[in-house]
Design a protein around this ligand. Structure first.
Ligand code: EPZ
Length: 419
């Protein structure tokens, strides 16, 4: 199992290219199942999650080529409507093949998903949306057996709370449904608008994406297009926070700081400055030591839950006390005990963590527990005295492209050790 050895205390200077957003690319890849023609996706990050979904799509009969960051997908013939446990259990986004398979073939058998262990993460809202569109669903032996013998029809779908995955799933299924679908209390994350833009380029009729109400007028057929995945806002936030910990100045090439929503103002309040030009975003630390700030995670445009662990890494050496409240997932503080091993002072009470800023952290062996938690350990290690060994790096490979190369090119002392 690979590990990362990091010696902290070096400021970061240089340019970090921001990759395409993992959480958008995965849903756009699922959209390839909706057309017989080729969907060409540009700016696709080379990540373990992308490879895993590609394997699943390939076994459904999707032909693919992946050159540089350009992924071509052609689902001319669907060879199988079954998504097996082995390919779905590791990654929740794979579950989103269910709707497109139903829209194309009228039936599917898809394993219940897995993913990062950050909470219960059921799929009831996904199934509720599909049922409203006329799908008959049975759950048996860990699989969803779904059938839409008369095809999918438009429906009024009102989610009781915001779900990114269920909103996207409903959009994917509704694109080829008969009639109009209206989604209320829809997620507004930038990845939702990205999916809508790609579907519309393919010939779909989606409006309102990025607001709480999305309308989709079903069409008979979708076609192939070339579409560029939007930049990864979580990767952008991660490297910005790394500068907050180490000092220095980074240009985040290709980044769009507005995609951070409310998190931008929080980072500015903590002491980071952002300037934007045609290349991307320049980030600098305006203070010697960052200021403590409180956050509460919320659906977009609120502070993203995916930034919470990274923000904690910034707060542990900030000046003052910070309260961090997690409202989206019930088990998303697994990084706290690992950060404490490095000298952080964190107490967790239910869904709130209280972080008392310390002057310095000391390197220690730590264990990555999930994707974003792992990145918080890397950020903390970049600012710590001495060496930190981050174990179980495979979590990071799921979501941060060329992590150690990008950081090393900007002056970090970071090395991957493969046993
Ligand atoms: C997406 O997960 C992201 N994953 C997550 O990023 C992200 O943390 C999350 O959205 C919230 O922004 C991908 O896009 C692949 P949700 P998703 O449905 O769609 C509950 C990362 O690190 N819920 O918005 O699974 C759920 O348990 C990952 O890149 C139900 O109860 O998130 C959670 O408490 C981690 N029933 C809340 O809703 C359902 O049917 C929000 O989850 C669906 C969700």
């Amino acid at each position: 199992m690979d590990r990362l050895a990091i010696i902290g205390g070096r400021p970061l200077y240089g340019v970090i290219p921001i990759s395409g957003a993992k959480n958008s690319a995965l849903k756009l890849m699922a959209a390839s199942l909706l057309t017989e023609e080729t969907l060409t996706l540009e700016n696709v990050p080379r990540l373990a999650d992308v490879s895993m979904l590609l394997r699943l799509l390939n076994q459904h009969g999707v032909e693919s080529t992946f050159e540089g960051s350009t992924l071509r997908l052609c689902a001319k013939d669907i060879a199988s409507t079954e998504a097996p446990y082995d390919l779905v259990r590791k990654m929740r986004a794979s579950f989103n093949v269910l709707g497109p398979l139903l829209a194309r073939e009228g039936k599917a058998k898809v394993s219940l998903p897995g993913g990062c262990a950050i909470g219960a993460r059921p799929v009831d809202l996904h199934l509720k949306a599909l049922t409203a569109m006329g799908v008959k669903i049975d759950l048996d032996e860990g699989y969803v057996f779904a059938e839409a013998p008369d095809g999918l029809h438009g429906a009024e779908i009102s989610f009781p709370f915001v779900s990114v995955g269920a909103t996207e799933h409903a959009m994917l299924a509704a694109a080829l449904a008969n009639g109009e679908t209206k989604i209320s209390n829809a997620a507004q994350e930038p990845e939702i608008a990205d999916l809508a833009d790609c579907l519309n380029a393919m010939g779909a009729k989606v409006s309102g994406a990025g607001t709480q109400t999305i309308s989709i007028e079903g069409v008979d057929k979708l076609g192939g297009v070339t579409y560029r995945v939007l930049p990864d806002r979580i990767e952008t936030g991660a490297y910005a926070m790394a500068v907050g910990v180490t000092g220095g100045e980074l240009t985040l090439a290709g980044a769009d700081i507005d995609l951070l929503g409310a998190a931008r103002a929080v980072l500015e309040e903590a002491g980071l400055t952002f300037t934007t030009d045609e290349k991307g975003v320049k980030v600098k630390k305006a203070l010697d030591r960052c200021r403590s700030v409180d956050i509460v995670t919320h659906p977009y445009p609120g502070v993203a839950t995916d930034l919470q662990a990274l923000f904690m890494a910034l707060m542990i050496t900030a000046d003052g006390v910070s309260h961090i409240k997690e409202t989206i997932f019930e088990n998303r503080f697994m990084h706290a005990p690992e950060l404490s091993r490095m000298g952080a002072q964190i107490s967790v009470d239910g869904q709130t963590a209280t972080v008392r800023g310390v002057e310095k952290l000391k390197g220690a062996p730590v264990m990555a527990t999930d994707l974003r938690a792992s990145m918080s350990l890397v950020i903390a290690a970049l600012g710590a005295e001495g060496q930190t060994m981050v174990n179980r790096v495979y979590h990071l490979d799921r979501g941060f492209e060329r992590l150690e190369d990008k950081l090393a090119e900007c002056g970090a002392l970071i090395e991957r050790i493969s046993d």
